[in-house]
Design a binder for this molecule. Sequence first.
Ligand SMILES: Nc1ncnc2c1ncn2[C@@H]1O[C@H](COP(=O)(O)OP(=O)(O)OP(=O)(O)O)[C@@H](O)[C@H]1O
Ligand SMILES: [Mg+2]
Length: 235
Amino acid sequence: MTALLEVRGLTCGYGGGIVLDRLSLTLEPGKVMALIGRNGVGKTTLMRALIGLLPATAGDILLNGSPLSALPPDARARAGIGYVPQGREIFTALTVRENLLVGMSAAPAAAPSALEAVLDYFPVLRARLGQRAGTMSGGEQQQLAIARALASSPRLLLLDEPSEGVQPSIVDLIARTLARIAASTGIGVLLVEQDIGMVQQAADRCAVMDKGRIVNELDREQIADMELMRRQLAL
Ligand SMILES: Nc1ncnc2c1ncn2[C@@H]1O[C@H](COP(=O)(O)OP(=O)(O)OP(=O)(O)O)[C@@H](O)[C@H]1O
Ligand SMILES: [Mg+2]
């Protein structure tokens, strides 16, 4: 089977400094891979490199076997990468509906049914389609950010610390929903997260990042081991 995402020897950084150092990672369709690691280890940098905001100095990024490295961010979005940035970055002055339409516009072929499917996963948004996004709670805004990314019908969904600023019961809900979306749609999910509970709820596998590389990869049984997970985060 061709991997959905294959990162091979990816190297990049800022102003000559290296942050990602020959990083390799493979994600299968329909699976949730968590990515954990200390603050500043380079998790967001990896997201930026995957979506094309940061050029790679070496290595390859393959989506369904096709190299992405030469494509700018808009072309990568059209190729099937959806992104939920750290801090959400929804349009607070726009309504929920308008935010979702912006998401759909990233995929020219997106059908209206895509929007319905997304609202089925996040029913709280259906009741708030006309509400200004900035007036919603942190958890509702995070669900909107994820729904907006899904509205472009991606094949790969990248999320950068979606638990930040979200109350625990909604973190749980989002974790379960991500697992359900991956299993039922075949979308692959790469979930950057420091909340161990969220990783345990959502992830099939967990990659551990340190010194610019993936230094460990854990299966579900290992992810369930709280002590082991705490040790990985303290690396
Ligand atoms: N725009 C930038 N210019 C220069 N250096 C940067 C820039 N963004 C990040 N860095 C540096 O790159 C390294 C990795 O940062 P990054 O934001 O990827 O880490 P992170 O793992 O996402 O951290 P956190 O858990 O705090 O979100 C850090 O040393 C950071 O200072
Ligand atoms: Mg980060």
